[in-house]
Each structure stands twice: as C-alpha cells, then as structure tokens.
Write a protein that binds this ligand. Structure first.
Ligand SMILES: Cc1cc2nc3c(=O)[nH]c(=O)nc-3n(C[C@H](O)[C@H](O)[C@H](O)COP(=O)(O)OP(=O)(O)OC[C@H]3O[C@@H](n4cnc5c(N)ncnc54)[C@H](O)[C@@H]3O)c2cc1C
Ligand SMILES: NC(=O)c1ccc[n+]([C@@H]2O[C@H](COP(=O)([O-])OP(=O)(O)OC[C@H]3O[C@@H](n4cnc5c(N)ncnc54)[C@H](O)[C@@H]3O)[C@@H](O)[C@H]2O)c1
Length: 480
C-alpha cells in the first residue's frame, strides 16, 4: 500500500466516507483512517439503531389511532423482536458491508488511530501495534466526530450509567431509567424506552428541547407524560450515589431524589479531538475545530492555518451536528479540494457549489419523538436574535383534512416564520404524527428563497398533511 495520497481523511463515519467518495470521484486518490467501525457513530450507536428502537412503537401507535386497525391488535409490542430488528439495522455491529463499499468506491482503508504528525502528515497506530506514516499531497480532512459528554456530577462513577451508545445497543429495557438531559437524545430515548417498558424519569435543566419552538416542546412534553414518562424540568442533577439495593439515586437541585436502575447521560457531545495530534500543527487538543466558510480549519487566533491544507467536516466542526448536514459539508468539501487540485477556484460564495450555506440558513432536523418535530431554518426566537424583521403564521394541524384522516384525534401545529423584508419563508416547524415526511417542502422553500406569491402556486394534494401549507398561506393572506 502506498503511503502517499492526494487526500487523507481521519474518521470513517458518514461524513468521512462521503468526503473520500467525492475526492475519488474528483479524480484524486484518498485513504481513510478508522479506529473502530467504518460507518461511525450514526450507523451503529446513534441515528440508525435509535430510529429502529422507535419505529415499531410508532407503527403500533398509528394503528391504535384507527378504530378498525386497533381492533386487530392482539397483543403488546414484542420487545425482543424490536431489539432483534435494531441489531439488523446496526449490521450486528460489523462493518464488512461498509468496507466493501469503500473498496468498490476506490478508497483505501487504513485501520487504526490516526493523529496529525505535522503539516500534511498523519501517523496511524494499528490495533496490532503496527505503525504507518501517511502523507497527503493536497489535504488532510478531520472527520473524527463526537462522543457523549460526561457531566461533572459528584458520585456519577458510583452508579450504573449509560451514554447514548449503551442505550442504542442495549438488548433489554431497564425497569427504571432516569435520563439527565432533555435535548434530542434525552427525549428520543425517553420515547423509545417508555414504549419498551421502562419507567422513565426525564430530568432537564430547562424546558424539554429548548432549541425548538415552545409549542413543539409543549406537545412532546405532554405526550411523554401521557405515555407515563415523569418529566422533571427546571432542575439539575447535582449529585449521585448508590442506594442500599444497588439502585442509582440522583439528587436534584430542588432537594428531591430520583431512584433508577440505570441513568442515561444525555447532556450533549464532546469533540473527538483530544488525541489527534492537533498540538503538532499549533491547535489546541480537545477543542471543537473552528472552520471558515470553505471548511478549512482556522488557527486559534481565527487566521487561516498555513496554506489551508487542513479541513474539518461533520460533528467535529460543530456547524450542525446531524448526519445529513455533515454529508452535505462532505460533498462541498470533497468537490472543493478536487477543484483546487485541478488548479480551479472553489466557489465558496453563499449557495455556491463549494459552500455549505444551508448549515447557517436551512438546518433541517427531524426529532423522532411521538409526536415528531420537523424543523428547518429559523424559529421565531432565533430569527429575532438574528435581527430579522419577521412575522409568524401558525396553523392547527388537526384541522387539516389529511391529518384528520391520518389518525383519529390528530393534534399538532405548524409554524411558518416569514422575513418581512424579502417576503420569503426563513423558518418552519411542525409537530404532529408523521410530519417528518412533510419537512422537505419547507427546506426547498427556504433554500430556494421562493417568494410567497409564487408559493401560492405550489398546490398541495388533497387530502394530505401537506395541505397545511395552503392553510398557512391563507392565514397569512395575500396582501403582504
Ligand atoms: C443517540 C444519537 C442519535 C442520533 N440520531 C440522529 C438522527 O436521527 N439523524 C441525524 O441526522 N443525526 C443523528 N445524530 C447525530 C449523528 O450521529 C452525527 O451527526 C453523525 O454521526 C456525525 O458524523 P461524523 O462522521 O461527523 O462523526 P461520527 O459518526 O462520530 O464518526 C467519526 C468516526 O471517526 C472515528 N475516529 C475518531 N477519532 C479517530 C482517530 N483519531 N483515528 C481514526 N478514527 C477516528 C470514529 O471511530 C468514528 O467512526 C444522533 C446522535 C446521537 C448521539
Ligand atoms: N433526530 C436527530 O436529528 C438527532 C437525534 C439525537 C441526537 N442528535 C444530535 O446529537 C447531538 C447531541 O444531542 P444531545 O441531546 O446529547 O444534546 P443537546 O445539546 O440537544 O441537549 C442536551 C441537553 O442537556 C442539558 N444539559 C447540559 N448539561 C446538563 C447538566 N449537567 N444537567 C442537566 N442538563 C444538562 C442542556 O441544557 C440540553 O438541553 C445534538 O446536536 C443533536 O442534533 C440528533
């Protein structure tokens, strides 16, 4: 195996894989370094297994919302089958399929822990202790992702804890599960484990899902409580200890205690940069990597690092910690490196071919709680914080014919945030069952900056949940 490549990618998560793919498609050579499983967190311990844990309960809930289908339900959820199907979606934690794909794409895989060892150099220590020094002609891309953050709560190491990794790969549900952190991981896994039979207590410093519109957070909070989850908002877990029976005891800031068999830590992510040789190129180990518009890593003082040979994409640059946004960055980055190698200029102007502008203006996310939250672009609060002059239009999703038909007693709401100056949509949020699939219309409206006058000509089919678009436009009126 040659040790010199056009580009070296550290980390074969979804983002690293896509960077390497675009590099090779651009006519360059690429090696990818991976210390665990090719496919990364998303494939084995995050997106795919957690969504698999949620899916059967969602289908059962959908059937229960229709009287005739409900009558056909003959028993409870077969949780052993749920875990077995999850195992298949996690490829039994084996990466042979993804390795085959790498080979078919013409990407060389180097297994081991990669560290920068100077400009354009990556040192890899293999699991077998073997070492190899790789050299890049054009670029090194850091795509090492992130890991669960461990909060500094005294006594935590004396109690049985999980991070999202263990929760995503467990093969049974604890009788009592306490979750610290009411963000996306906390609420999704509370939804999953309460459906799988755990008695769940969700402890959150703020309201649940503080980053989304308040009405969406309220819908999910009410639904979690209805499903039997105890939500404790506005409190911190301040100490932990082991009870006499071996159970975990969490002391909360309001003086109360929560007892559980497991405590899931879901308080955010930390960058996988502690041991990747950042010090050898003048950067601070353990920090998130700051990048410019072109995803090139900036020095600690904000200046361009050397001649711009070091890039970072995905979770590690903290622009938008979502698989699809990381892969979007990967396409822009890979194409830019290939263009530059061919002596061409990269187009990193807003919405240019090599820019990842959508990270800033149209971050799209589905939160797979029950009901789901689908959101893209600004919330009313973030638009205001960005100094935009906006108006907000809301509509009751339950009043849309397609939603009423979808499920008896359908409740939900949608919000459109409109930029008054340009008369375009800059934000959209919906909460309700199965709203995930209506999100992309909003993403297209926002990225396309479609004028509202033209949106009136985008006719949603009847009777679908997407008809909420027409209702939102009608509520706003035609006179702006
Ligand atoms: C519980 C959970 C659920 C999630 N669900 C969703 C979801 O539904 N949808 C969504 O869009 N996002 C979801 N996310 C976020 C998503 O998982 C991440 O945004 C995504 O995995 C980021 O991809 P990445 O390639 O940047 O990093 P990762 O997936 O973390 O991959 C990084 C890779 O780099 C490797 N690596 C690290 N350091 C080194 C080194 N020094 N040498 C060699 N290899 C190294 C790692 O082993 C890993 O394979 C979820 C996250 C969590 C925690
Ligand atoms: N469906 C999806 O798209 C999906 C699903 C899961 C995760 N993710 C991604 O994974 C990332 C991590 O998710 P997450 O939920 O871990 O992080 P998060 O930042 O969404 O939420 C963490 C929550 O924990 C709270 N918190 C922090 N420290 C605390 C402490 N000491 N005590 C109590 N609460 C504390 C924070 O206030 C915050 O509300 C997110 O960026 C998310 O985008 C995405």
């Amino acid at each position: 195996m040659t040790n010199v490549y056009d580009v070296i990618v550290i980390g074969a998560g979804p983002v690293g894989e896509n960077v390497a793919d675009r590099i090779v498609r651009g006519g360059l050579t690429a090696a990818i370094v991976e210390r665990e499983l090719v496919g990364g967190e998303c494939s084995y311990w995050a997106c795919m297994p957690t969504k698999a844990l949620l899916r059967d309960a969602a289908a059962l809930r959908a059937a229960r919302a229709l009287p005739a289908a409900r009558a056909a339900i003959t028993g409870p959820l077969d949780t052993a089958e749920v875990f077995a199907r999850r195992n298949r979606f996690a490829s039994q934690w084996k990466d042979a399929g993804q390795v085959d794909w790498l080979h078919s794409a013409g990407i060389d895989l180097v297994r081991g822990h990669g560290r920068l060892s100077g400009p354009r150099r990556v040192h890899v220590r293999g699991d077998d202790g073997g070492e190899v020094e790789l050299r890049a002609r054009h670029a090194v891309v850091v795509a090492t992702g992130s890991s669960a953050l461990r909060p500094a709560i005294p006594g935590l190491d004396q109690i049985p804890t999980w991070t999202s990794r263990e929760a995503a790969s467990a093969d049974s549900a604890p009788e009592r599960l306490a979750i610290i952190g009411g963000g996306v991981v906390g609420t999704e896994l509370a939804t999953a484990y309460s459906a799988l039979g755990s008695g769940v207590t969700l402890v959150s410093r703020t309201r649940l899902l503080p980053g989304v519109e308040e009405f969406a957070s309220e819908h999910v909070t009410a639904a979690l409580e209805e499903a039997g989850v105890t939500t404790r908002t506005g409190v911190d877990a301040v100490a932990a200890r082991c009870g006499r029976t071996g159970a975990a005891l969490l002391e909360l800031s309001d003086g109360t205690t929560v007892e559980a068999d497991r405590v899931l830590l879901a308080v955010g992510r930390a960058p996988n940069t502690g041991d990747i040789g950042l010090d050898t190129v003048g950067l601070t180990p353990g920090a998130w990597l700051t990048v410019g518009q072109d995803l090139r890593v900036l020095a600690d003082d904000g200046a361009q690092l050397d001649d711009g040979w070091l890039y970072a994409a995905g979770d590690v640059n903290r622009r938008a910690q979502l698989t699809h946004h990381g892969k979007y960055q990967a396409r822009a980055l890979g194409d830019a490196v290939a263009a530059r190698a061919a002596g061409e200029d990269a187009d990193t102007s807003p919405w240019g071919r090599h820019a990842s502008t959508a990270d800033e203006h149209a971050t799209a996310q589905v939160i797979f709680t029950a009901p789901e939250i689908a959101t893209v672009g600004h919330t009313a609060a973030s638009a205001e914080a960005h100094g935009l002059s906006t108006r907000v239009v809301d509509h009751d999703l339950g009043a849309v014919a397609g939603a009423a038909l979808h499920a008896d007693g359908y409740t939900g709401r949608a919000r459109m945030v409109i930029d008054n100056d340009r008369n375009v949509v800059v934000g959209f949020t919906a909460v309700g069952f199965d709203v995930a699939e209506i999100l992309h219309a909003a993403t297209i409206a926002i990225t396309g900056e479609v004028p509202l006058d033209r949106l009136w000509h985008a006719v949603p089919a009847f009777p679908t949940i997407s008809e909420v678009w027409l209702r939102l436009l009608e509520t706003d009126g035609r006179d702006h």
